[in-house]
Structure formats: structure tokens, C-alpha cells
Design a protein around this ligand. Structure first.
Ligand code: FE2
Ligand code: FE2
Length: 408
């Protein structure tokens, strides 16, 4: 073995782990240590098992259950992380591991995988096929967990944090999977065998719906303030980019549609195609609801997160300004590169004129975007299918972490 049987250390060379995370059936190349109380700022770490791979499974299983906490040397952390990734299904199906721990492991593993798939090299037409396979494997391993409404208690703890594309994607996939599994009657044509695959593919689509954001300039995506019209429209191109990046990934039509149309609104005011009502595919409508719910409840540099209750109140409320909003969207598209010269053409100094033009465009755009968001929060019912929103609220309400009875 490459490690000593005993160490005296300030603790920084070891990581504490929960023994339940280790699958005794597939455990090798990880030495397990116990820690003794601190003396003179030093802990004693003693090796409990030097080679987990050579021990009889039943004995190992018994031992793992008998320990509360164990330690892994940092030299073996790579092996430990690989073990967690390979045994995610085992961990998420484990009856005695609580939802919070499962959520932490699922988020950690999926963040790593999603970063891999979003890391598209410039000259490539799409993500690495191996990274895509890992995404499918991840969702297949996690599907029982994320479709169980009990797991929404874990998701509830992730709500309200800073917006992050990776975390957003995971939560959207989770919400889509939980919703579809609890509303199976919406898909009467799917046989049991087909349904499982359908569920996995729909969740994968949820995970990848914003992959096109990798093609949007970073300075626009990470802009601290509000976006101007041109930037706003540029961001809107992400759903088309998503589909073009995944076009050759072998996805079924409904998954590609969910990705392309996840910003279409029920009244036709969405993008990229302005589809409405029955013209929007069902999985796209579901992804849209999950997406907006996640986005509204996330914290941004320019806005506080809304509570889940407030988010769903807005999403299910009708908006007296729906028409104005629709007009603003249209206008944003038209004004994305409008020349303002006409307004300031009398300014004789060309440099000052250009600066003033730029200023005016920015000011105008800021005002419009500001107004769009304020008006939008007055109600978004026109964006969603009424029955699906009700079902979404009811599905979420099954988790003890939420109480939406006031909305039902
Ligand atoms: Fe999106
Ligand atoms: Fe999104």
C-alpha cells in the first residue's frame, strides 16, 4: 500500500466521510482511517482497513455500518471521488442515507458531469460524446431519486442561492423528472418500459436545455446590471444554440423540442418561434415551467430571490399588462440595433455625438428592461398552460418543505 498505517497530523491531510457512502460490493484502493482525539494540536489517524478491495464483502459491509465517521487520506481522495461517481445509483437508492446527504452527493457529482458537457471546445460542433453518455448515466442512476417527491425536500434546500447555470440545469432536470413522474396520466400512450426511458430523456433535456449559453459572450451572460436590447436578444438566441449543439447527439424529437421551445409562451409572446397553445410540445411546456420557477427563486446580482410561494403566485397570476409586455418583447427585437443618430444629429462634435448616442441607447434599454421585469412580476399566467401550472403546484406541494395550499 502507498500509505502508512499511522499518521500524526493536524487534520489537513485527511477528509472525513460518511461510511454509508461506500459501496462494500465495489470498494477498492481506498484505505480507511479512524481519528483519535486531538493532543497538542495533532490528531492520531490509525488505519482501519488497508485494502478495502481484498476484504470479504459481508465483513466490510458490517464494519462500514458500525462506524459513524471515517477518514480518507487526501492521496486517496481521487479514488474516493471516482467511487462516489461510479456508485451514485447505490447511494441514492440507499434506504438509510438521508435526503440531505443524497442531495449533496447528487449535486456534487452532477455539477462535475455538467461542467464536462458544457465545456465545448470552440472548433467542435457539439459536446464530447463521452460527456453526453455520462449525462445519460447520471440521470439513469438518479432517476428514482429525483422522481420521488420526497427528494424535493433536498431540492428545497438548494433554492434561493446565487444563480449558476450548472446548478440551474440540475434543478430544472430534477423538477421536470418529478413533475412528469407524478403526472403520468398526461402521457397515456407510453407503455411502462417506454415511460422510464421517456422520463430519463426528458430529464436529460432539462439538464441540457441551456447548453447554448456556452455560445453567448461571457461579458453579456455575467453582466452585473440589466441587459440592453441587443444583449437581451443575444441571450435569447441560446435556445437555438442549444439545439444546434445537440442536433447530432441522438436525442428523440420530444427532447430536442423541449430544449428548443423552453421559452415559448402560451399566448405566443415567447421565443424563438412565438408558438402558442397546442403548438407548443408538452415536454417543452413542462420544461418552461420548471425553468421559470428555478430562475425566479434564484438570487441574481440585481435581484433578491423570490420565495417558492411568491414565484408560483406570480406564475399562476394573470397579468393586466400582458399586452404591453408582449409589445416590449417585440420592441426589444426591433430595437436591438436601432440607430439613435436621428435623435442627436444636431450635436456638432462627432465624438460627443457618438458618446451621447450610446448613452441614450443604454438609458432607454435599461428603462425598458426594467419596466419589462416589473410588469412581468405582476403575473405570468399568460406564459403557461393553466392545467400544467396547477399540476406543478400540486406536485411541489407533495413535499413537506413547501406549502402552496393558498394557491390551490
Ligand atoms: Fe433558457
Ligand atoms: Fe434555463
Amino acid at each position: 500500500m502507498d500509505l502508512q498505517t499511522e499518521y500524526f497530523d493536524d487534520g489537513s491531510s485527511f477528509q472525513a466521510i460518511d461510511p454509508l457512502m461506500l459501496n462494500p460490493n465495489h470498494l477498492s484502493n481506498i484505505s480507511i482511517f479512524e481519528r483519535f482525539p486531538k493532543k497538542n494540536n495533532t490528531y492520531r489517524f490509525r488505519c482501519l482497513i488497508t485494502d478495502t478491495g481484498s476484504m470479504e464483502t459481508e465483513k466490510l459491509s458490517r464494519l462500514l455500518k458500525s462506524w459513524e465517521i471515517i477518514y480518507v487520506h487526501k492521496k486517496h481522495l481521487g479514488n474516493y471521488n471516482a467511487h462516489i461517481k461510479d456508485n451514485l445509483g447505490y447511494i441514492l437508492r440507499h434506504e438509510t442515507i438521508d435526503v440531505k446527504k443524497k442531495t449533496a452527493i447528487f449535486t456534487r457529482v452532477s455539477t462535475e458531469i455538467i461542467k464536462g458537457v458544457f465545456n465545448i471546445q470552440l472548433h467542435k460542433a457539439g459536446p464530447d460524446p463521452d460527456a453526453l453518455k455520462q449525462v445519460e448515466k447520471l440521470i439513469s442512476n438518479a432517476i428514482e431519486f429525483i422522481t420521488d417527491t420526497g427528494s424535493l425536500n433536498g431540492l428545497a434546500d438548494l433554492i434561493g442561492h446565487d444563480y449558476d447555470t450548472h446548478a440551474h440545469s440540475i434543478k430544472v432536470a430534477w423538477l421536470v423528472a418529478a413533475f412528469i413522474n407524478n403526472n403520468r396520466d398526461l402521457f397515456p400512450k407510453q407503455s411502462d418500459a417506454d415511460f422510464q426511458q421517456f422520463l430519463i430523456k426528458a430529464a436529460v433535456a432539462g439538464l441540457l436545455h441551456d447548453i447554448g449559453k456556452t455560445k453567448i459572450p461571457k461579458n453579456i451572460l455575467n453582466k452585473k446590471g440589466r441587459l440592453n436590447n441587443l444583449e437581451y436578444i443575444t441571450v435569447q438566441s441560446h435556445s437555438a444554440y442549444s439545439i444546434s449543439l445537440l442536433f447530432e447527439g441522438g436525442f428523440p424529437t420530444y427532447a430536442l423540442q423541449a430544449i428548443l421551445y423552453h421559452h415559448e409562451n402560451e399566448d405566443g409572446s415567447g421565443y424563438p418561434c412565438g408558438l402558442k397553445n397546442d403548438g407548443i410540445p408538452l415536454v417543452a411546456k413542462i420544461t418552461h415551467i420548471a425553468d421559470v420557477f428555478e430562475a425566479l427563486t434564484a438570487k441574481r446580482p440585481y435581484k433578491a430571490p423570490k420565495s417558492p410561494f411568491e414565484a408560483l403566485r406570480i406564475m399562476s397570476g394573470s397579468n393586466p399588462h400582458a399586452e404591453t409586455l408582449s409589445h416590449f418583447e417585440k420592441e426589444a427585437r426591433e430595437n436591438a440595433k436601432v440607430p439613435i443618430e436621428t435623435i442627436v444629429r444636431n450635436e456638432p462634435d462627432i465624438k460627443r455625438r457618438r458618446l451621447r448616442e450610446k448613452e441614450m441607447m443604454e438609458e432607454e434599454a435599461q428603462k425598458r428592461v426594467e419596466a419589462r421585469l416589473i410588469l412581468r412580476d405582476r403575473g405570468m399566467a399568460h406564459c403557461f398552460d393553466e392545467d400544467l401550472i396547477k399540476r406543478f403546484i400540486m406536485t411541489m406541494n407533495q413535499s413537506s418543505s413547501f406549502n402552496f395550499s393558498g394557491l390551490l
